[in-house]
Write a protein that binds this ligand. Structure first.
Ligand code: 5GP
Length: 113
């Protein structure tokens, strides 16, 4: 099922896009939880981590390479940052389209609640 992120990919709704290639798109979170809060989203509509298949292994690797590239480009790689993927209800997932939160710009503490 198409999600709000598919609408961003298809330019049906606006977003502040910071990176895009054939397989991934990255844009600023609409409700930032840190000074820098970017979402890296697979263009393939994978609902949750549970739905990743072996054929997606290169895509997931690309997502992490892209997260690190964006962190470096934004100048936050050296100080550090956090990458999070929520899964289903206990994980607090709201949008069922695989994405990685990149949080940075301040000390984030030992763990999120
Ligand atoms: P989840 O809870 O699924 O891991 O994270 C979904 C994230 O998407 C949330 O942090 C939320 O603020 C963000 N989000 C939801 N709708 C939109 C939108 O229309 N535009 C943008 N840029 N972010 C959104």
């Amino acid at each position: 099922m198409a999600t709000i992120f598919t609408k961003i990919i298809n330019r049906e709704i606006p977003a502040d896009i910071v990176y895009e290639d054939e397989n991934l798109i990255a844009f600023k979170d609409i409700n930032p939880q840190a000074p820098i809060h970017i979402l890296v989203v697979t263009k393939k509509e994978i609902p949750t981590i549970n739905d990743i298949s072996p054929e997606d292994r290169v895509l997931i690797g690309e997502a992490y390479l892209t997260l690190a590239k964006i962190a470096k480009d934004l100048g936050v790689a050296e100080n550090g940052y956090r990458v999070i993927t929520n899964c289903n209800s206990y994980g607090g997932q709201e949008v069922f389209h695989l994405h990685f939160h990149l949080l940075a710009g301040k000390p984030l503490g030992p763990m999120l609640s």
